[in-house]
Structures are given as structure tokens and as C-alpha cells.
Design a protein around this ligand. Structure first.
Ligand code: ATP
Ligand code: MG
Ligand code: MG
Length: 290
């Protein structure tokens, strides 16, 4: 469905809409109440559409087709998951052991030009990270940089990482890139839940239901989910979780089956989605039992 927007149809007020990560200008208020627009990515559109008829449909935003604005830019119209919350606290957790596609690695290796800017980025975070040779050349390969960057956060060891948190009081933090260890992640989750036992239970139950839907879902069995997030949302009354961001979710090649659990090796397409979900569940259980 393509609907052409006239300026009067574009709602100016942004209600409670909050965007935690991603580039500015990617999102707009939707045409329909309770919906938002996200810049179109064909892969994501396709996934949103498939998911509407999948076992996972209650765990993803409703999808309402595509929309074009006055400048001709295309968007998908998806459910605003914050719409039914009052002054919500939000957390974006990126799931999986890696956040780049194998084809992105392949591409950077086909053009193996070591880069000074990546070397500078690396030493800005950790001066000891480059090898002796890399220090000498003051250059780093893109593929090497991509893999290294993933090892900084909890993505590799826990299969998920906190990308950003916005508390109901408006305080926002994105300083999670280097939070890696089990206990550090647990501390952040615990702070986010803010000592509410019922909230922790609601989150846990939702994750357990999500896990069981995932393993029975046709979509989940046939796709590799990279860079996708779980959006945690709560207010004083309720707490829930949804899967979002399918820009790097891909149909698996015909001959490839993945467990979503086994460690990734090059060519296996494993994404570590269930590994991350299970770690989230067990950390939440620890928080509840303390
Ligand atoms: P990136 O790929 O860098 O993660 P992106 O442009 O693909 O960003 P998303 O990750 O889909 O964007 O969304 C960015 C943020 O916008 C989320 O962290 C969340 O705060 C908010 N958001 C996304 N989709 C929804 C939704 N359906 N309802 C409410 N908030 C949403
Ligand atoms: Mg995202
Ligand atoms: Mg994305």
C-alpha cells in the first residue's frame, strides 16, 4: 500500500515517541494513530510483512504497509510500541553474538585496504588492541576492526548487549559499548528494572514466551537475525518486550540450517540469538532470586 502524504496529514506533535538509537531522521510520526514511520529498507519491510502471519506476530510491531512522503522518500508504517505506556522507561538490547553480516566481512576482505581512521578509532578505545605490526603501519583492516569491536561489549560472550537505556525521568545513557562482563551487565539490567519485583517477573515471563515462540516459528527457523534488538518498555503499571529492527535479518541459504545457539564460525551463519535470549533469561532469574 503506498499512500501519498500531503503536509497536512503529517502530524506535527511527537506525543511520547522516543528513539533510543539509530540515525536522526529515520523515524517520523505515522499517519495512523499509534503508528510510526521508519525509513524503508526492503529487507526489513519483507521481514515485517512475513512476521505478521508468523507465530512471532505478537512479539513484533504491527506492520501497516509502506508510505511515501512529499519528497518521495519511502517509509514502513509500524506500530508505535510506546503508545500505550505512560512516561515509559525503555531499553534497547541488541541480540546475537555478532552485529555484522558475513557478506559485510566478505566485502571488506575483497577490498583489503588497511585504514588509518580505523587504527585511530581503535587506539582511542584501547591503545593496547593493535598488534605490533598494526602499530607500525598505523593502519587496520576493516574486517579485523569489525570483529574486534564486537569483542568489547557483551555481544560475543553473552550473545546480547545493552545499546541504550532511557529512564522515565528522561535520563538517557548510551555508554554501554564496553560493558562486557556478566556482573556488569546484570547491574545495568537491575538498575533499569529499579527494584520492582512484579516488573522483573513480567519481563521474565515475556522472555520465556518469546523463546518458546521463537523455537516453533517458521520465520525464526529460516532466518538469520543480525543487529536485531529486543525493546524493553515499562511504566508504573506494566512491562513488555518486543523484537524490533530487521534491517539485517536475512533468509538463510537453502542448504544452511542454524541452531541460533552454537558459536559462530565463518560460513555457518549462526547468529547466537537463542544463546543471547537464554543468557538474558538466566540473568533476569538471578536478579529476581536475589
Ligand atoms: P540501528 O540499526 O542503528 O540500530 P535503526 O535505524 O535500524 O537503528 P531501530 O533500531 O529499528 O532503528 O530503532 C531505533 C530506536 O527507535 C529503538 O532503539 C527504539 O528506541 C525506537 N523504536 C524503533 N522501533 C520502534 C517501535 N516500533 N516502537 C517504538 N519505538 C521504536
Ligand atoms: Mg537497532
Ligand atoms: Mg537497524
Amino acid at each position: 500500500v503506498t499512500i501519498f502524504l500531503t503536509p497536512t496529514q503529517v502530524k506535527q506533535e511527537r506525543n511520547q515517541w522516543i528513539q533510543l538509537v539509530g540515525h536522526d531522521g529515520t523515524f517520523k510520526t505515522g499517519i495512523h494513530d499509534g503508528y510510526i514511520l521508519k525509513e524503508l529498507c526492503e529487507h526489513e519491510r519483507h521481514c515485517c510483512k512475513l512476521l505478521q502471519n508468523d507465530l512471532l506476530k505478537d512479539f513484533v510491531p504491527k506492520y501497516n504497509g509502506t508510505v511515501q512522503d512529499e519528497e518521495g522518500k519511502l517509509f514502513i508504517e509500524i506500530e508505535d510500541l510506546l503508545a500505550t505506556f505512560h512516561e515509559p522507561s525503555i531499553m534497547d538490547c541488541k541480540i546475537g553474538v555478532r552485529t555484522y553480516l558475513e557478506e559485510e566481512l566478505d566485502k571488506s576482505e575483497r577490498n583489503p585496504e588497511p585504514r588509518t581512521d580505523l587504527y585511530n578509532k581503535m587506539i582511542a578505545i584501547d591503545y593496547l588492541a593493535p598488534t605490533e605490526k598494526e602499530h607500525e603501519e598505523k593502519k587496520i583492516l576493516k574486517s579485523r576492526y569489525m570483529i574486534w569491536r564486537e569483542s568489547l561489549s557483551s555481544s560475543q560472550n553473552l550473545g546480547f548487549r545493552i545499546e541504550a537505556i532511557q529512564k522515565s525521568d528522561g535520563l538517557m545513557s548510551k555508554e554501554f559499548q564496553r560493558i562486557k562482563g556478566h556482573n556488569d551487565v546484570k547491574k545495568q539490567l537491575s538498575e533499569f528494572i529499579a527494584n520492582s519485583f512484579p516488573r522483573a517477573i513480567q519481563y521474565l515471563e515475556r522472555l520465556i514466551k518469546l523463546r518458546s515462540a521463537c523455537i516453533r516459528s517458521n520465520f525464526f527457523q529460516t532466518h538469520e537475525l543480525i543487529g536485531s534488538s529486543l525493546l524493553f518498555v515499562h511504566d508504573e503499571n506494566k512491562a513488555s518486550i518486543w523484537m524490533i529492527d530487521f534491517g539485517k535479518t536475512r533468509l538463510l541459504p537453502n542448504n544452511i540450517h542454524i541452531t541460533h545457539e552454537k558459536p559462530w564460525i565463518r560460513g555457518s551463519h549462526e547468529d547466537g540469538y537463542l544463546f543471547g535470549l537464554d543468557n538474558l533469561i538466566s540473568i533476569l532469574r538471578e536478579i529476581i532470586n536475589e
